[in-house]
Design a protein around this ligand. Structure first.
Ligand code: UDP
Length: 253
């Protein structure tokens, strides 16, 4: 069998050349990292859950007209996505204070913000993804002003969609991170939502109990990460009720 070409290996995913030009295969690994990879563990089944959850969110976004890179899921750990030029920014949207914002501004975690707040972080592991402003982004040419208008619009649409979907299953969307890519169509650039959308990149709190159902369970040693992600998947109907451990493909159709 021909060996496929690895394009990039990140902390949680590996990218391979796709079957047709302009496509990429995203493979979801079981690796969990936090604090810029200082903390690392293999969490069996995490990759399967994130693949399924990411498929669920991207399919929903595509269906409501938010353009994304997602084409289709290939198997339990892989999905086919459209190749794009990733803008080197982590775009964070916050509805409630938590994490680095709470620390930086001294606002108690869980405080509702007066409106969604968008922040940008420059993607560079060596620098630990420093926060940047639109001034830096424009001055260093990472994205144009037109791009940034589109980034804001995409980020807010994703926020409304995800907040609504999660609230419908009793989960509060505290904050999340997305990445945006550029695709070329007849000499015109268009921005699309790329990378992944999963509990690795969101903060999700149970509306009733406040229980954390996201990567903070791993970052803060709060229990089983697989149980938390499985609960999110179960509530969204991504896994049939009563089905157990992910990572065992026979359990999920
Ligand atoms: N986030 C992410 N990748 C990163 C940094 C943050 O997916 O490299 C997500 C994180 O899961 C949270 C949101 O972005 O949902 C805001 O994270 P924050 O700035 O509070 O950083 P943290 O406290 O996670 O270091």
């Amino acid at each position: 069998m021909a060996r496929r070409k690895k394009i990039y290996e990140g902390k949680a995913k590996t990218l391979y050349e796709g079957p047709e030009p302009g496509t990429i295969v995203q493979y979801f690994k079981d690796d969990a990292t936090a604090f810029n990879a200082e903390k690392h563990a293999i969490i069996e089944g995490k990759g399967v859950l994130n693949n399924l959850l990411s498929e669920y969110f991207f399919t929903g976004l595509n269906n409501v007209g938010v353009p994304t890179h997602f084409m289709r899921r290939l198997n339990m750990r892989e999905q086919l996505v459209r190749a794009c030029e990733i803008i080197p920014l982590e775009v964070v949207v916050r509805n409630y204070a938590a994490g680095s914002m709470s620390k930086r501004l001294g606002i108690a975690e869980g405080t509702q913000l007066p409106r969604p707040i968008i922040e940008y972080y420059y993607k560079d592991d060596k620098l630990s993804d420093p926060m940047v402003t639109e001034e830096h982004i424009a001055a260093f040419g990472w994205a144009s002003q037109q791009d940034m208008d589109d980034v804001v619009s995409l980020a807010l649409r994703v926020n409304d969609f995800l907040s609504g979907v999660m609230f419908g299953v009793g989960i509060r969307l505290i904050d999340f991170k997305i990445e945006i890519g550029r695709v070329w169509e007849n000499d015109f650039a268009r921005l699309i939502v790329a990378d992944e959308i999963s509990p690795d990149s969101m903060r999700l709190w149970d509306v009733e109990t406040g229980a954390k159902l996201d990567k903070d369970v791993f970052r803060r040693d709060l229990g089983s990460l697989t149980d938390a992600y499985t609960e999110v998947a179960r509530r969204l109907g991504v896994m049939p009720k009563g089905q157990g451990i992910p990572g065992k493909p026979t359990l999920i159709n």
